[in-house]
Design a binder for this molecule. Structure first.
Ligand SMILES: NC(=O)c1ccc[n+]([C@@H]2O[C@H](COP(=O)([O-])OP(=O)(O)OC[C@H]3O[C@@H](n4cnc5c(N)ncnc54)[C@H](OP(=O)(O)O)[C@@H]3O)[C@@H](O)[C@H]2O)c1
Length: 225
């Protein structure tokens, strides 16, 4: 049975990705900071016939994140698909700062969250994926990563998420010949707020298509009002 690891598991898009891949027979390993929420998500997936379990870790804590991913491998076997899609909480450390007010201090937490988290997660699965010549890694960010002029008020987020985008596109080129598919998905959408194109289940279809077609390094999803 193939396994997907979802880093930044929550009730929105991540859970829809979990259900979509679960429907195809994937087991699902869920990672976010709150074990009780993860247990509820895993239980919901179970009610859809999807084998799932949660392993708590913060993406800004490299040792804890590595340990959580190791536990997914112990529980379900090698990871076939890694989806890195945490949603940054609007707390003080990660609050938006306009590009005109930007300081290094305002960027660092974003770099830890996006680039640090994505890099740590990828490092845990890459050796096994390149070793066996298969696997998919999907990184998700908001649209400012790919189009930084779109929202100047989100200057620090654009820089942090843009760094992860840069890493994703570079990694795509570096490991493609070893059979590992890496893609970045910049999402310009307010998830769940609008028509069917904004609903997480609709967007999750986009992820399944990206994974199965394995074409290109970047797949923007745009559904703005
Ligand atoms: N929501 C939108 O409108 C929107 C717009 C553009 C892009 N996106 C992107 O879409 C993806 C999914 O977003 P979503 O809003 O639907 O979220 P979601 O998939 O429902 O949940 C994401 C989860 O990330 C977890 N998380 C937050 N900080 C974390 C940390 N430091 N370490 C580990 N986990 C952490 C949260 O759980 P805990 O708090 O329990 O850790 C949260 O439940 C994300 O990549 C996001 O950037 C969303």
């Amino acid at each position: 049975m193939p396994t997907i690891a979802i880093i930044g598991a929550g009730p929105g898009l991540s859970q829809s990705i979990a259900k979509r891949f679960g429907r195809e027979g994937f087991s699902v390993g869920l990672v976010s900071r709150t074990q009780t929420k993860l247990d509820a998500l895993a239980q919901e997936l179970g009610s859809h016939g999807v084998e799932a379990a949660g392993f708590a870790a913060d993406v800004t804590d490299p040792a804890a994140l590595a340990a959580a991913i190791a536990r997914i491998t112990e529980r379900f076997g090698e990871i076939d698909v890694l989806s890195f899609s945490p949603s940054a909480p609007a707390d003080a450390a990660l609050a938006p700062v306009a590009v005109t007010e930007l300081t290094l201090e305002a960027v660092r937490p974003q770099l830890d969250f996006y680039l640090g988290g994505g890099l740590t997660a990828a490092q845990q699965v890459l050796p096994a994926m390149t070793g066996r010549g298969s696997g998919t890694i999907l990184f998700s960010t908001g649209g400012t990563s790919a189009n930084p002029g779109m929202m100047p008020a989100f200057g620090n987020i654009a820089v942090g998420a843009g760094a992860l985008r840069n890493y994703a596109l570079s990694l795509h080129a570096a490991v493609a010949e070893q059979g590992v598919y890496v893609a970045h998905v910049p999402l310009s959408v307010w998830i769940g707020h609008g028509g069917p194109e904004t609903q997480p289940d609709t967007i999750a279809e986009h992820y399944w298509t990206i994974h199965t077609k394995r074409e290109g390094a970047e797949h923007p999803y745009v559904a703005m009002p």
